[in-house]
Structures are given as structure tokens and as C-alpha cells.
Design a binder for this molecule. Structure first.
Ligand SMILES: O=C(O)CCC(=O)C(=O)O
Length: 263
């Protein structure tokens, strides 16, 4: 009798717990952006940025670049587009295109002073997260014209290997918004913490990552994210650099890799 009662209580508790889980999974909650936002003019050193990306899958650092520098990069990317220098152009849903450019030339090149990857702090963040040997997989810009629709939620790269353990990142993306990202022009949205496989079944904490010009947004390629709808009258462009562990190849996103023959 006592055993039967005990079992009934356990089953009842289990069902209540499961119902609570199902209810949570159905309703996303909003996370204050401050939780993943740092400011390079005050406290954001390389370790703090890496810790934030490791913990949340994403980190937005304000005042990382000078506004004039970012405007120069914007002009350079516009020029490359006009000269048809993109190595590939991909449709990323209605009104949104991804342009890929040579990552070893300005405005991206590690070796060209004033380029994005010439910034030692940025390279150090990549190395903190990915180890000493890193390579640039792709670089370019995502251009969302006025009226661009929101993307579906996606990861840029899959989890590696079949394991329940959470593995360190193998691919980190850096976005440099070429204009202020407001709620109207469609900032990238993130499901915070979703780079950890075990968190994907939990209630998503969705964040619309608005940020001023001069910011950099760093994220783990496994985190769920999407470009927001551009409801403004102006184009919204972000420059990106995707960096990975030296042995990793992004087979699904890079055109050259997709053409590689597999057995
Ligand atoms: O446009 C954006 O903000 C994000 C774009 C993106 O995530 C993608 O095209 O994979």
C-alpha cells in the first residue's frame, strides 16, 4: 500500500514536471541584451569576450571599432560589389544576399593595415575560442534590402560528432554592422545558449541584438540565429568573417567546398 502510494506520488510529480517542461518549450522568453553585451571602452578585454561567447553562444561588443573605420569598410565593400568582385553571391531569403569576397584582401586581410583581421584583439578572441591554429573560412557581407523578410532560425555549422558532451567551438563568426542596427532595420536575432545541444530542448531565450555603429557581434556557429526583417527604408548590411579551427571545412556554406567530391 505504502509502496503504491509512493509510486503514485512519483508518477504525479513526473507528469507535472514534464508538463512544465512542455509549457516552457512552447513559449520563448526574452533575455535582456545586457547579458551578452560588453563595452570595449570600459571593461571588455579579450578574455571577457571569449567567456561571454562560450557561456551564451554570442557576444556583442560596443565601441570595438571606430565609426570612421567602419564607414571605410562599408565604402570598400560597396566598391567591391559594384566592381563585381564577389567570388559568390547567395540568396539568403527574400531581399537578403550574402556576398563572399577574397578574405586575404582588404577590407578583411590579416596582412593589410586597417583591415578587419589586422585587429589583434579580434584575432586573439578567435584564438581564445578556437585554439592557436585558426583559418579564415569565408568573409563577405550580408545585404538586407528594405523589405527583406526575416530568415528561418538556423545554425551556420552543425555540432561535430555524436556525443552528449558539449564540445568547444569549432567555428566562430564575427559580424561588423555597417550601420546602426535598430529594431526596425532587422538586427540579427539569437537564441541565447542554443549552441549547447542540451539547451535546444529548453524554452528559447530570444534576443534581437540591436547595436550601435562600431560594434562587433561574435557568435558560435552552432547557435541558432536569423537575420530579422528590414522594415526600414534603407539597406542594412553587415560585414562578416568566419574563422574556424584549422582542420575544419564548412562543407555546406562555401561554394568551393560544396563542389568537392565526396565518396
Ligand atoms: O542577416 C543577418 O543578420 C544574418 C544572416 C545569416 O545568418 C545568414 O545568412 O546565415
Amino acid at each position: 500500500m505504502a509502496v503504491g502510494l509512493f509510486t503514485a506520488v512519483l508518477v504525479h510529480r513526473g507528469v507535472r514536471y514534464r508538463l512544465r517542461q512542455l509549457k516552457c518549450a512552447a513559449c520563448p522568453s526574452a533575455l535582456p541584451s545586457a547579458d551578452v553585451t560588453l563595452d570595449a571602452s570600459t571593461s571588455a578585454d579579450v578574455d571577457a569576450i571569449a567567456t561571454c561567447v562560450r557561456a551564451h553562444g554570442v557576444c556583442c561588443v560596443h565601441n570595438f571599432f571606430g565609426a570612421a573605420q567602419v564607414e571605410e569598410w562599408g565604402a570598400e565593400v560597396r566598391r567591391l560589389r559594384e566592381l563585381d568582385r564577389a567570388t559568390s553571391v547567395r540568396n539568403r531569403n527574400t531581399g537578403r544576399s550574402e556576398y563572399n569576397f577574397d578574405p586575404h584582401a582588404p577590407p578583411f586581410a590579416r596582412t593589410a593595415a586597417g583591415s578587419v583581421l589586422a585587429d589583434e584583439r579580434l584575432v586573439l578572441v578567435f584564438k581564445r575560442l578556437l585554439g592557436a591554429k585558426v583559418r579564415v573560412e569565408t568573409a563577405g557581407s550580408v545585404f538586407a534590402e528594405p523589405g527583406a523578410v526575416a530568415q528561418r532560425w538556423h545554425q551556420d555549422v552543425p555540432h561535430l560528432f555524436t556525443t552528449g558532451a558539449h564540445l568547444p567551438a569549432h567555428f566562430i563568426a564575427a559580424f561588423v554592422p555597417l550601420c546602426e542596427l535598430t529594431r526596425v532595420n532587422g538586427p540579427t536575432e539569437f537564441r541565447v545558449g542554443s549552441h549547447v545541444k542540451a539547451n535546444v530542448v529548453r524554452a528559447p531565450q530570444e534576443l534581437v541584438l540591436t547595436c550601435p555603429l562600431g560594434s562587433v557581434v561574435l557568435f558560435d556557429g552552432r547557435v541558432f540565429h536569423r537575420g530579422g526583417a528590414n522594415g526600414s527604408g534603407c539597406a542594412r548590411e553587415v560585414l562578416f568573417v568566419n574563422v574556424c579551427r584549422h582542420w575544419y571545412r564548412d562543407m555546406s556554406n562555401k561554394v568551393e567546398n560544396r563542389l568537392e567530391q565526396l565518396l
